[in-house]
Design a protein around this ligand. Structure first.
Ligand code: GTP
Ligand code: SPV
Ligand code: MN
Length: 579
């Protein structure tokens, strides 16, 4: 088992409490993965997909009431309510522990308890952190196999370092009324009950790598962010690394494996991460980033040969599909994939378009990142990669231009803090309403946003080699509700401008909200966006921006004394510039 006494004692305690029939320490081996997959096929938890077209691929149908994150049931349990902040649900740790104890009591009777030691980040990187998830879900174990470095090597690192995050998970009876995702950042602990889905159940992901890690990062001087990481190679063979924060289901996976348009000969995008980025300022003054994950848990709908061919290439073998439909020859299918008509929907019923989509809007695939054709040879680099730019972005039908560049680090922090985006199916609540989602971290910051912004601002003096900060919006719509910008691979055109701003190769127009491209500086060869549309995409509507910035000012004020004065000053500076 283990030589770490703390881990041994904790597992013993959990066994006492939950009373499983078996205890299984996960080795992380391929054989273990296959045994569990076979067991799940036998139990009906997995359906084998067409093994000729999709070898090693399985379909999992989750409970129809367990298909997304549950932000209203997700809590940060710090001793002081103010430390969790208005951005989080809060419960006193004693109360939360008592409640969860009741739920976990004897909940694993007749089940197997799996102990999953895992490492977030390359196994030999000083930036990586370990955790142990205890779960009674075989689905969680196989997903953790693909999403993290788990098993024996992680356990060895835990034994060497002596520290790990404790994550306790049970699917319980999947009753939405008996479901909670609790975080105890002061004790480096997570307790999750009643859901088997993605971010609620794979505790290494949002619970550890964002909520707990953001809390640790603040006291240790680094950042844990909801960001993709890519390398952008130009025809000269130089690679610039970029991290980008977009809210859930707003384009991180797609940008992370973008294939440049045909006329971009010699350009290449290399994938390092698609969801989470841990970064810190290195001795050289640059910001260095690693991807704590090893796999993709990506949105299926909308993934097609025309939008994200690299994702499709990644998904031809050894992947888990959750809540998608299937075709007559047992291939996975989702809306937007192609024009075949599926026969079975995500609930396992005969497909009937009258009764809703074939795939759930938040249906997902799980697959190892290393299967992606654009996987970077730097993805495992222990030191990480040095960032040239940080990009913030949201899903905004109106107002927000295609791209803009901040005038300083603090102005860039304002870009992040002032982010707002239309809600998506990644959470169980209403879809399509604009809400504030600072740095794409509204559901994931493990402490008070006021303190978080202050932490971001501390970097402004850390070095003169920090990445430049940009803001993008791929999602502007016209009067007919059509996207104005082609998006996907064509986002390369915006990335090129961003890189050229970083290297000083291109000029820009100065506006009250930042630097915007001069029309002629965006390479539009090969696309057919009318001149008026381009003009609209790069327009600054002063009056509408005055309203936006003043609304953001009120939002900042709602954080009271925790709002950093420097951010408020930045907001006031932009408001004055817009008059
Ligand atoms: P999470 O995994 O939830 O954090 O999401 P994500 O940010 O990785 O989102 P993802 O890349 O999976 O995209 C979500 C949805 O947005 C998919 O349906 C995509 O097809 C769509 N999408 C991505 N990029 C673009 C774009 O440039 N334009 C348009 N119109 N849609 C896009
Ligand atoms: C998100 O919702 O941002 C995701 C999916 O990446 S989940 O893992 O469910 O959080
Ligand atoms: Mn995400």
């Amino acid at each position: 088992m283990t030589t770490n006494q703390e881990l041994k004692a904790w597992v013993d305690q959990v066994v006492q409490l939950t009373q499983p029939e078996h205890v299984h320490w996960c080795s992380g081996s391929k054989a273990e993965y296959q045994e569990l997959a076979d067991q799940m096929i036998a139990s009906g938890d997995f359906l084998e997909l067409n093994q000729d077209t999709h070898p090693g691929c399985y379909l999992h149908r989750s409970d129809p009431l367990d298909v997304a994150r549950v932000e209203h049931l997700t809590y940060i349990c710090t001793s002081s309510e103010e430390d969790a902040g208005p951005n989080n649900n809060w419960m006193a740790p004693v109360e939360a522990r008592a409640k969860m104890r009741e739920y976990f009591s004897a909940c694993m009777k007749g089940r197997t308890l799996y102990v999953i030691p895992y490492c977030m980040g390359p196994i030999d990187s000083p930036l990586s952190r370990c955790g142990v998830e205890i779960t009674d879900s075989a689905y969680v174990v196989v997903n953790m196999h693909l999403m993290t470095r788990m098993g024996d090597p992680a356990l060895r690192r835990i034994e060497r370092e002596g520290t790990f995050i404790k994550g306790l998970h049970s699917i319980g009876d999947l009753d939405p009324e008996r479901r909670f995702i609790m975080h105890f950042p002061e004790d480096l602990e997570i307790q999750s009950f009643g859901s088997g889905y993605g971010g609620n159940a794979l505790l290494g992901k949002k619970c550890h790598a964002l909520r707990i890690a953001s809390y640790q990062a603040r006291s240790e001087g680094w950042l844990a962010e909801h960001m993709l990481i890519v390398g952008i190679e130009n025809p000269a063979g130089e690679v610039h690394y970029v991290a980008a924060a977009f809210p859930s289901a707003c384009g991180k996976t797609n940008l992370a494996m973008l294939i440049p348009p045909a006329n971009y000969r010699g350009w290449k995008v290399w994938t390092i991460g698609d969801d989470i980025c841990w970064m810190r300022v290195g001795d050289d003054g640059r910001m260095w980033a690693i991807n704590p994950e090893a796999g993709l848990f990506g949105v299926a709908p909308g993934t097609a040969e025309s939008t994200n061919p690299n994702a499709l290439a990644t998904l031809t073998h050894d992947a888990i599909f959750t809540n998608v439909g299937i075709t007559s020859d047992n291939q996975p299918w989702w809306e937007g994939l192609d024009d075949r008509v599926p026969v079975t929907d995500w609930k396992g019923n005969p497909y009937d378009p009258e009764r809703g989509p074939a795939a759930h809007p938040n249906s997902r695939f799980t697959v190892r990142m290393s299967q992606c054709p654009s996987y970077s040879d730097q993805a495992e680099a222990p030191a990480g990669v040095p960032l040239s730019a940080i990009i913030f972005g949201g899903r905004r039908e109106r107002l927000v231009p295609l791209v803009m560049e901040s005038q300083s680090w603090n102005h860039g922090v304002l870009y992040g803090a002032a982010m707002a985006s239309e809600t998506t199916a990644a959470n169980v609540d209403t879809v399509g309403v604009v809400r504030r989602d600072p740095m794409a971290m509204k559901p994931f910051c493990g402490y008070n946003f006021g303190d978080y912004w202050k932490h971001w601002l501390t970097f402004s003096n850390a070095s003169d080699k920090l990445p430049k900060i940009f803001h993008v919006n791929w999602f502007r719509k016209d009067q007919d509700n059509k996207f104005m910008w082609p998006g996907f691979g064509d986002n390369m055109r915006v990335l090129e401008w961003i890189i050229k701003r970083c290297t000083g190769e291109v000029d820009a127009v100065e506006t009250p909200i930042g630097y915007l491209p001069r029309l002629g500086d965006l390479n539009l060869d090969g696309i057919d966006v009318p001149a008026e549309t381009m003009k609209a995409l790069l327009e600054v509507d002063r009056e509408a921006w005055q309203v936006e910035i003043s609304d953001f000012g009120e939002y900042l004020d709602s954080y009271g004394a925790r709002t950093p004065a420097a951010l408020k000053a930045e907001q006031e500076r932009v408001a004055a510039a817009l008059l």
